[in-house]
Design a protein around this ligand. Sequence first.
Ligand code: PMP
Length: 345
Amino acid sequence: MKAYPVAPPWQGIKLELMEDTHLDPHLPAPELRRELGERIAEAAFNRYPNPAAPALKDMMRKTLGIDAKYEIMLGAGSDEVITIISQATIAGGGTVVSLEPSFSVFKNAATAVAGRYVGVSLNADFTLNVDALIATIEREQPKLVWIVYPNNPTGNLFPDADIERVIKAAPGLVVIDEAYEAFAGRSWLPRLSEFPNVVLMRTLSKIGLAGIRLGYAIGAPEWINEFNKVRGPFNVGVLQQVATEVMLKHFHVLKSHANLMVQERDRLFNALKAMPDVTPFPSAANFVLARFADSAAVFEALKSRGILVRNLYALHPLMQNTLRLSAGTPDENRQLIDALKELTN
Ligand code: PMP
């Protein structure tokens, strides 16, 4: 196995991990900072957290529109939710199917619990080869299927009709990972009750709270009850709970940043499209994947100008000569676009 690669701290412009850079370097409103400080100071550090997190879950239901008929499971980022779901479904030899290229943590999580991982390649243009996926599901009878909607690192939304076919073909659980839902404006949540074998997974990381570590699964209580059997009983600490509650009270701030990121993503896409020898791929997330004539050279040249992006060539053969560029603030994107114009001319 290889550990998930994380770059050392970066002083310059960091457009590597799809963070909300609008919140840098300080939270915008002094009242918000004061409220956070007060609530954190009041938290009971000496006690184990309440794992049911009723106040936080109530706030999540209200702000994120999660119906009472679904249960919510919290995790330290969706990374932990992935581990928990893998443990609950495929530990000790169960089969999991994921698309490639997609989020690499699915494979590591499977390997760590001695699950059997089967990857299905996307088409060369990163569209879904739904027939290949369904043939694999029929052959392998997986207990778990991961679908990222929109996909990371490619940015595209697979067609709903194809996903529906996959859900119907799957003999076990299908998890739809909606980490980038805030930017796509599309979700399976309104239709979740139609599909008893589907659970949704989301995160607050991409809308401003990556440092807090709060991811979650939404699903029928029957599924969440099973996941809870392998979840560490106190996995989400009191600081995470309280800080998330306060930040969700100010959800409009996070939402406005998400809207800005969507605008910046589109601006970035159009600028890349106008550059010679650069092919950006349409994205519904807060990043753009683009192919360059020599991505390694562009990556290094950006780095020497203080801009860190993600070079994912090692992830999959289809990723050759691609870079993933997170949508930053208007100023960060201006600097990124200016640098790329110079480098690609
Ligand atoms: N799923 C996808 C598709 C992601 O891109 C990421 C983060 N890059 C995650 C899950 C994990 O996010 P977190 O652990 O911060 O919630």
